[in-house]
Design a protein around this ligand. Sequence first.
Ligand SMILES: [Zn+2]
Length: 469
Amino acid sequence: MLNRKGMMMASFSVVIASSLLMGNASFVSADSHLNGDSVVAATADSTLADMPAYLKSSVEWVWKNRMLTEGSTVRKNTIFDQIFAGKGTLNYVIRWQSSKPVTLKQRQDIAKMIDRQMNHWTDHLQGYDGWPYKNIKVKVVGWAVADPSLLLNKQPDEVIYTDTITDTLASEKPEIPAALPVAPNEISRFEHFSDPNYSYPGGLDKRFDMYLWATENFGGGAGGDWGQRMNDEYVLSTVNADEIEITEHEIGHGFGLNDFYEEHERPPGGFPTNTIMWAGNSDHITDWDVWMLRYTWSQLKKDTSRFPNTTRGDEGPIDTSPDENVNIAPAATVSTSYTSSWEDISALHDGFDPTSSNDRSHAVYGNWPETGTQWVQYDFDQEYTVSQTDVYWFKDGAGVDVPKSYKIKYWNGRSWSNVKQANGLGTSADQYNTTTFTPVKTTKLRIEMVSKGSASTGILEWKVAANKL
Ligand SMILES: [Zn+2]
């Protein structure tokens, strides 16, 4: 458990000019501590009728006089909305506005931590009033950091964004780093949730819903449907704690739950239990918080255009835990018949989704000036069952073009065989070309490509989907 008893952090309001990711954010500052009291158990198959009587009047009062009045769930980007749009998943970018280095272990722990904090809330929705999900799968899909060398021992499958904007909070508070890292606007759900026809480059899986935003010398916390912002040291020092007070509180704002700083903001007569949403009043989620969250869900789900499919009938809750497929390319050793000396074969599995076939913002594989049949190959240190690959071709308009044709081959233990029933084999520029085929168990895969006339060939990214073990 987090023990920061006695620490008092000043109240403040945050003004951030980042054009990205602010909108109707709500903010919190924290906190002095009283101890919360009750421990909450999830109740299966319950409805609003099961709300304990002693919680009823205060929960209803807050919904009516705070949440409805302030419109805190009006934007269709609450965490409820995000989870539905992501089919039971939430994707995070870690926004590292700090000069502190982060080890691989710390990055892995941060990913587990944010998953744990989110599920501390959403576990209480399992089996409740049509909520269709079990465990919510929370993924870190990228890190935004001004200086990428801070991410120690970077792995090939880690996605790093290094663009920055100026944090105007730094002009008020010079101890705050002025460089504010940003992830690309085009993969942000916050920027696109109101457009039902928007499609994310690289697919839904590549979007990010929220930032976990760690700022050096930041006091307190801030939260909204854009994410949660805390002090960098707070994030690092609490990363292995079970329930993390400020982080959980800020996530609460993402569901539309309010602060209770002023007496007139609280139910008449006060709360029947402590609540984590009253900063400093509880260091964990209480029964009151659970039922406020559930009550909110019961109200929002009445809008069936906003939350379709809440009644699942015999199908039962959607379990997102077993992944149907994972991209195993990052685990491969890469080789090729030829690479231009200034290009890089590791581009194939660096995890970067290009924005076009001439996207040179990351490493690129090309075999100029070679022509004819060339190949690239993945070697795995174990056998995988593989049934799909996705290729993003490189085309620079200057000697490298998409191929005339290509084959996908697998190692059958003795020699290379063509995959069977290959469906796809596209050569379109500016997109992934998906090919599916009869599943094969193998340790090696190859693309054998035939160049178009006098042009050479190249690839920006090659993904291989395998059944998760
Ligand atoms: Zn707050």
